[in-house]
Structures are given as structure tokens and as C-alpha cells.
Write a protein that binds this ligand. Structure first.
Ligand code: NBG
Length: 851
């Protein structure tokens, strides 16, 4: 009874989490403590004996909507300092987020405590990008309290969906790589795996894109302006990082990552940069106020903004500074954790499995060596075995321009000690290679960590491979090409280091949250288990012949399409027919992804319709950002915008063809788009797309793919079956052969009059108000070089699109193919991918938190 009183008092003064800490109630009674946090109930509970309260603790859903509504009201007052009559929707959205966070805190502190007390081996994921998407709804679903929240909002006269829509999304990533990191964090927590995600708390995430008649415009993404209810600042966890002659301090900002249906809440720890001194007193006293704060501003610049380039290395000083900044803070943080457990640096590799997400954190190889040697005073050989036993590296691209290298001068200026270490690593590595391969200086030159030439450069991918125990690609084909081409020399030296882990996506965000109509149908048909184990979708197979289910499927998909159509109408004022075929390509704009191939096909369709052909109605939807400095990608957007203008105002196209460019593609928008896709465009030049993950999200939600044999498309096709996939184009081997044989688009153009006509129409200024010059760079490139073999694949693409038109006219067969796609996509869960990393690469084990 005394314990109960303590708990009560603490709750009243400090809230449930503190009460829990103070009273040290066993974790299996946590539900009870959360229950106790409802002040309405406290009075009556005081009369009850502790035992009887705790005996009710295991009952699910003790938290009722009334209690959640009360907590929201309380946060409105205590956190937002607002009365209900003056509160805005935004105030309520923050209050709701904080109320949800309160629930989460119990899981979070327990997870941290369990990991620390049990000293578990932990995966630490180093990534410069996390494209998280909004947290609220995902947390509600993972905590099993969405319905409760909906009811609580109703009690307060609010609409949950509206509050959810108000949350700005933390767009701390460019595209696939950052989104993968976010899916992986969620799967780690759902699988109850001990993990910490480390990254940078960019003040400005990926730029906002708006679309004008002249194409893409960028503006800053000030996602933190209205506050961030999900993060907890840890001012005590701060580390100095030396960059050139400057010291910058990194301060930890933690965000909880909840697992689905478990008590695990892992931590995403993002570093924000600060100056060691608020300002320089000497300058201040000398009257130079601006100089006094200059250093502070320069330091804080480090975590200001995300570089908006995917798959392109700009070699900028600030970017290298960002890399060492977050890597060093993260490694220093790991040493702190290690020491906290009474372990010395020698145990680093037994405690941590450190994953390098692409080469952005590859400097970790040199920085870990530096910390082990300079700070922890270990000898080189011991430090090297600890480093290589700790690190593993994932490569995410085959594009040569995306493989990071840094000029030696810059490196020397910013990171002189790390460069010394890299030289030593290189000398020892090359000695080993020389001994194993006598008389092969070309090999030494190829594998060296330093690229020779007019400007000598550090090759970060080589550093990552040499300094880690595993290197993996992200789809079968990609891993094979890494082994056979890009990193072939290394694969010969260390065949066992190379492996594949095909990417995956989290079924919680990308099916349960994004597609409620389909989820409800699935729940009714096969139960809710697919959320935990996506392979349960296989159980849909017997329903393929069930007309009732087929109708339900069509209705659920139509609902998703109606939602998207509503958004398009609201945002763009364009009416699209939800019963038309939704043909969608959303992803970063890149020549290798070939949005221009799809655009050329739309122009051909437009001409065919003008010639009186009868084709089934289609809505072609594009979306995606172009790197601000990537002129050709921006021109592709400009072309699509021009096509949109002409097609949508042409009466002859009405009811036949609509084209839409969705501005500012993001995670939230993705949640609206992926469920509404009938035809998933995955049309990259074979051998260029490492994996793709949008392809998985679309197929999982019941889209049929039109695609090349590239990245994970190959594995999707293998699983869903060739009959349910529209394949076209040259495969990676054929693409490479064509290129070797001196590919020129001209003869292919000659054989494809429809394509020629489309190119001529664009060149005539038809889509650019008579301007014949505007698209010249794009068209000239296509007709003369065509580095991504758009022209060589165009005829076969048109053939496959005609097959799509045919198939679409058989709605039942199409729907069965749609179900077949969903049913066979269980493999593409990020749970499966993470389980593979955990078992084969990290050697970590799950730990269940709580009762
Ligand atoms: C991207 C690839 C995608 C892949 C994601 C995630 C980069 C550098 N790479 O094909 O282009 O799906 O990584 O692995 O963003």
C-alpha cells in the first residue's frame, strides 16, 4: 500500500514515467502504472490493495479513450499553455503526440534499462540519412492504440485524421537509402533486437518542391519550426569533434522507435552541432560583435542542412565535416556505453556490431582506429582486429559518380590524423596484396585506398571494404555486380566477405498505416498476423477463386484510388477518374530511372488517341524530386509539366488520358500514393538500380509492375510469377554488351517511327509554347548518346504497355494478378531483411522487454 501511495504522489507531481522510476515497480506491472496515471481513477484505486490492482495489470487495453482524452487536455495546459477555447488544431496535435509519447516512455526507459543491465550485444546503424516520415500514426498503430486515439479525439470534438495530417515530416533523407534506414529501425524494434540508430539532426531536411510552369522550385524545409514533440534532448551526452582547426560539439537528440505489438522502444540518436563557446569574449570585448558569434554560427552550420543529392558526390567540405561529425560522436557515444557497463575498449567488438549505411559513414574505419590507438592506447594490431570485427558495410549504388572520393588536400586539411591512419591501413593492405599477387602493379593501383592521378583522392568504398568484415549489396543482381565488377578485385581477395541482403519495407507503415481499406479486408480474410509475419499473406491463395473476396479487393483498391483522386483534385484542381488505370512512377528523378522513357510513351499514347485509336482510360502519375544542381533531371520534370499542360486541356483526351505531376513527393504522400497504384513503373536501365523499394511497396499493395530485369524487380517477378509482371527491355548483360559494342541510338530510332514522331513533336515546341530550344539538350542527348539506352528499350516498352492495356480490360483477371502480387510479397518485409542482417552479419539476438 505504501508503494501505491508513493506511485500516486509521484504521478501527481512528476508524471507516470518518473513515478515508475521512483517506485521501482516491477516491469510486468507497467500497464498498471499507466492505468494509475489517470487521475480520475486514482481516488478509487487508493482504496484497492496493491495486489488486486497488479492482478489486473496483464489485461489488455486498460487505457480507455476517456483517460487518453484527459491526458491530451492536460498536455494542452501543461505543455502548450493553452485553454481548450484558444487552442488551435496544431496545439491539439502536439498535445496528442505528447500524450502518446507518455505511453511510450514506459517502454522506452524499460528497453534502455534492460539493454544496459543485460549488457546485450547491440547493432549500431550509422546513417547520414533517415527518411522517417511522420511518427504519430505509426506509433499509434505499433502501440495498438489507434482506435483509442480516434475515440479520444471524438470525445474532444477533434478528428484524428486531421491531427495526423498536421504533423510535419522529418525528411532527413533523399530517397531510397534514407527510407530504408527508417524501415530498418522500425523492424529492429519490432523484432525486439537491441539497436541504436545514429545520424544527424538536420535543421533543414530535404527541400520542399513546388512545381511551376517552368518546372521544379525548391524552398527550405523548416520541419522544426513548430517544435518536435517526439525528441528528447540529452544535453549531458555531448562529444567534441576536431575538424581542421575547429572543435565542434555534438549533442544527442533522441527519438523513440516503437516496435509493433512489443514493448521494445529503441533509440534513434541524432547529433546536433554546437560551438564549444557561445561566443568569443576577446572579439566581443574588442567591440566586434559579429566576429564574436561567427565561430558559433560556423559550428552550428554543420548540422544545418541535408545535402539534397542522391547518388551523386559533390565533394564538398561541409559534407566531409558532417560525416566525421556524426561518426565521431556516435563512436564516442559507444565508448561511453561500453565504459558504463564496466568494459574496456578491448571489448568494443563484442558489444557493438556497427553497420555503415553506404560510404557516408566510412570514415568510421579511420576514426575508430584513431580512438582505439590515440585515446584508448591500444596497439595497431589489436585496434585493427577490433575495428574489422566491429564494422560492416552496405553498398547502395553501382553508379560511378555516386562512389565517394575525397581530394587529399581537403582531407589533409580537415582530418590530418585520420589521413595518416588511412595511409598506414593502405600500406599494410597493399603489402598483403603484393605478397599474394606478385608482379601485378595494376591490381595494386586498382585496389589502393588512394586514387592516383592529377588530383589524388581517398576512395571511401575501398576504405569501407578493407576495414570491415562484411560487404553487402541490396538485391541479388546488385550484389552479383558488386562481386563481379565494381568490387571484383576485393571479392577475389576476400570472397567470404561479400554477401547479399535484399532490401525490404516495413508492413506496418506501408500496408497497415498507408492502406487501411486493404488492411481491414486482409484482417477479415486471414487475421491480423501478417503485420508481424508478412509471409502470412500466402494464406490469401485459396481466396483467389472467391468472388466475394475479389469484389472486396476491388472495392478496397477503389477506395484507395478515390482517396488519391481527392487529393489530386484538392491540391492541383485536376479531376481524375478513379476507375481509370493508375499508372504511377514516383521516385527521385534521375536519368537512369528513365522518367523520360515513360514521358515519351505518354506522348506516343497522346498521338495514338489523336489518331482515333481506342485505348482504355489511363491516369499517368509522376512524382519525385530532382537534385537542385542536376540540370537534366530538372529538364525531365519540365518536359512532364509541359505534357501535363497540353494533355489535360485537350478535349480529345477527356476520359482517355490524364497526366499529373504530384509536387513534393514525400513519405506522407507516398502513404497516399502506393495503395492507389495499378501499374508500378520500375523502368530503370538494367544494372543501374541497386534494388528499389518503391517497387516493393507498390506490389505489396496490389500493383502490377511494368519493369526491367533490374534491382529487386527480378526477385519480385520471381516471386509473384512472370504472368503477373510486365517485363520489357534489355537485361544487364545485354545493356553492358550494347555499350561495349559502341551503342548508338540512331539505328534504333530508325526502326521506331512512333518514338521518332514523339521526339519530333517535343522538338517542335508543342509542349513548350513553341519554344524549340527548351528541350534540345534532352532530345539531342537521347538521339546522339543516350547513355541510359532509353531508345534501345523504347519499342519493347511500348509493346509491354500495349499488353497492359489488354490485361486491364479483363478486370477479374487483373484483380487476381493484383492479389497474387500482394500474396507473394511477404519476402519483401524489412523484418526478413533485418533478421538476415542480425543472424548472418551482426550476430545479435532478440531480447524481450517486460513481462
Ligand atoms: C539507393 C538505390 C536504390 C536502393 C536504395 C536502398 C542511394 C545511394 N541508393 O536502388 O538507388 O533501393 O539505395 O538500398 O540512394
Amino acid at each position: 500500500m505504501r508503494l501505491l501511495v508513493t506511485v500516486q504522489e509521484e504521478i501527481m507531481t512528476n508524471g507516470p514515467a518518473v513515478a515508475y522510476r521512483t517506485a521501482r515497480v516491477p516491469s510486468q506491472h507497467l500497464h498498471c502504472i499507466a492505468f494509475l496515471s489517470d487521475p480520475e481513477l486514482l481516488g478509487s484505486l487508493a482504496m484497492t490493495s496493491l495486489g488486486s490492482i497488479f492482478s489486473t495489470a496483464t489485461q489488455p487495453r486498460l487505457l480507455r479513450p476517456e483517460s487518453l482524452a484527459e491526458q491530451i487536455r492536460r498536455h494542452l495546459f501543461s505543455s502548450q499553455a493553452k485553454s481548450p477555447s484558444l487552442a488551435t488544431q496544431h496545439d491539439y496535435s502536439i498535445a496528442l503526440a505528447l500524450a502518446v509519447r507518455d505511453r511510450l516512455l514506459l517502454n522506452w526507459v524499460d528497453t534502455a534499462e534492460a539493454y544496459t543491465h543485460q549488457g546485450v550485444r547491440t547493432a549500431t546503424y550509422l546513417s547520414a540519412e533517415y527518411l522517417l516520415g511522420p511518427h504519430l500514426e505509426n506509433n499509434l498503430v505499433n502501440l495498438g492504440m489507434r482506435e483509442e486515439a480516434e475515440a479520444a479525439c471524438r470525445l474532444l470534438g477533434l478528428n484524428l485524421e486531421q491531427l495526423i495530417a498536421l504533423e510535419p515530416e522529418p525528411g532527413l533523407g533523399n530517397g531510397g537509402l534514407g527510407r530504408l534506414a527508417a524501415c530498418f529501425q522500425e523492424s529492429l524494434a519490432s523484432l525486439e533486437l537491441p539497436a541504436i540508430g545514429y545520424g544527424i539532426r538536420y535543421e533543414f531536411g530535404i527541400f520542399r518542391q513546388s512545381i511551376g510552369p517552368d518546372g521544379q522550385h525548391e524552398s527550405t524545409d523548416a520541419w522544426l519550426t513548430l517544435g518536435n514533440p517526439w525528441e528528447v534532448i540529452r544535453p549531458e551526452w555531448r562529444y567534441p569533434v576536431q575538424i581542421g582547426n575547429r572543435t565542434v560539439i555534438g549533442v544527442a537528440h533522441d527519438t523513440p522507435i516503437t516496435g509493433y505489438g512489443v514493448r521494445t522502444a529503441n533509440t534513434l540518436r541524432l547529433w546536433s552541432a554546437m560551438a564549444p563557446e557561445a561566443f568569443d569574449f576577446a572579439s566581443f570585448n574588442a567591440g566586434d560583435y559579429t566576429r564574436a558569434v561567427l565561430a558559433k554560427m560556423q559550428s552550428e552550420t554543420l548540422s544545418k542542412v541535408l545535402y539534397p543529392n542522391d547518388e551523386f558526390d559533390q565533394g564538398k567540405r561541409l559534407r566531409l565535416s558532417q560525416q566525421i561529425f556524426f561518426v565521431s560522436c556516435s563512436l564516442q557515444d559507444m565508448f561511453r556505453i561500453l565504459r558504463g557497463q564496466g568494459l574496456t575498449a578491448r571489448y568494443f567488438h563484442t558489444k557493438f556490431a556497427v553497420q555503415l549505411n553506404d560510404t557516408h559513414p566510412a570514415i568510421a574505419v579511420a576514426e575508430l582506429m584513431r580512438l582505439l590507438i590515440d585515446e584508448e592506447k591500444l596497439d595497431w594490431d589489436t585496434a585493427w582486429s577490433i575495428t574489422t570485427a566491429s564494422l560492416s558495410y552496405t553498398n547502395h549504388t553501382l553508379l560511378p559518380e555516386a562512389l565517394e572520393t575525397w581530394g587529399l588536400e581537403l582531407f589533409e586539411e580537415l582530418l590530418p590524423r585520420q589521413l595518416q591512419i588511412i595511409y598506414e591501413i593502405n600500406a599494410r593492405f597493399l603489402r598483403m596484396v603484393r605478397i599474394q599477387n606478385p608482379g601485378n602493379p595494376e591490381l595494386l593501383e586498382r585496389v589502393s585506398l588512394i586514387e592516383e592521378g592529377p588530383q589524388r583522392r581517398v576512395r571511401m568504398a575501398h576504405l569501407a571494404v578493407v576495414g570491415s568484415h562484411h560487404t553487402n549489396g541490396v538485391a541479388e543482381l546488385h550484389s552479383q555486380l558488386l562481386r563481379e565488377q565494381v568490387l571484383a578485385d576485393f571479392a577475389r581477395i576476400w570472397p567470404d566477405r561479400f554477401t547479399n541482403v535484399t532490401n525490404g519495407v516495413t508492413p506496418r507503415r506501408w500496408l497497415a498505416v498507408a492502406n487501411r481499406s486493404l488492411s481491414t479486408l486482409l484482417d477479415g480474410a486471414i487475421g491480423e498476423g501478417w503485420r508481424r509475419d508478412l509471409s502470412e499473406l500466402q494464406r490469401l491463395e485459396p481466396l483467389l477463386g472467391d468472388t466475394g473476396f475479389l469484389e472486396g479487393w476491388q472495392a478496397a483498391r477503389l477506395q484507395a484510388k478515390q482517396r488519391l483522386a481527392g487529393h489530386i483534385q484538392d491540391q492541383l484542381g485536376v479531376m481524375v477518374d478513379p476507375t481509370s488505370l493508375f499508372d504511377v512512377q514516383v521516385k527521385r528523378i534521375h536519368e537512369y530511372k528513365r522518367q523520360h522513357l515513360a514521358a515519351l510513351e505518354v506522348v506516343q499514347r497522346y498521338l495514338r488517341l489523336h489518331n482515333g485509336e481506342d485505348l482504355p482510360p489511363r491516369t499517368v502519375i509522376f512524382g519525385g524530386k530532382a537534385a537542385p544542381g542536376y540540370a537534366m533531371a530538372k529538364l525531365i520534370i519540365r518536359l512532364i509539366v509541359g505534357i501535363v499542360e497540353i494533355v489535360n486541356m485537350d478535349p480529345a483526351m477527356r476520359g482517355r488520358l490524364r497526366v499529373v505531376f504530384l509536387p513534393n513527393f514525400s513519405v506522407s504522400l507516398g502513404q497516399l500514393v502506393y495503395p492507389a497504384v495499378d501499374l508500378s513503373e520500375q523502368i530503370s536501365t538494367a544494372g543501374k538500380e541497386a534494388s528499389g523499394t518503391g517497387n516493393m511497396k507498390m506490389a505489396l499493395n496490389g500493383a502490377l509492375t511494368i519493369g526491367t530485369l533490374d534491382g529487386a524487380n527480378i526477385e519480385i517477378r520471381e516471386r509473384v510469377g512472370a504472368d503477373h509482371f510486365f517485363l520489357f527491355g534489355h537485361n544487364a548483360e545485354q545493356v553492358a554488351r550494347l555499350q561495349q559494342e559502341g551503342y548508338h541510338p540512331q539505328p534504333w530510332l530508325e526502326r521506331n517511327p512512333a518514338l521518332r514522331q514523339a521526339i519530333e513533336l517535343i522538338g517542335s515546341g508543342h509542349f513548350s509554347e513553341g519554344d524549340r530550344q527548351l528541350f534540345h539538350p534532352l532530345l539531342a542527348n537521347l538521339c546522339n548518346q543516350d547513355p541510359f539506352q532509353v531508345v534501345a528499350d523504347a519499342a519493347d516498352y511500348s509493346r509491354a504497355q500495349n499488353a497492359v492495356d489488354q490485361a486491364w480490360q479483363q478486370p477479374e483477371a487483373w484483380s487476381r494478378s493484383s492479389i497474387t502480387n500482394t500474396m507473394n510479397c511477404g519476402f519483401f518485409s524489412s523484418d526478413r531483411a533485418i533478421a538476415e542482417y542480425a543472424q548472418r552479419i551482426w550476430k545479435i539476438q532478440s531480447l524481450s522487454i517486460g513481462s
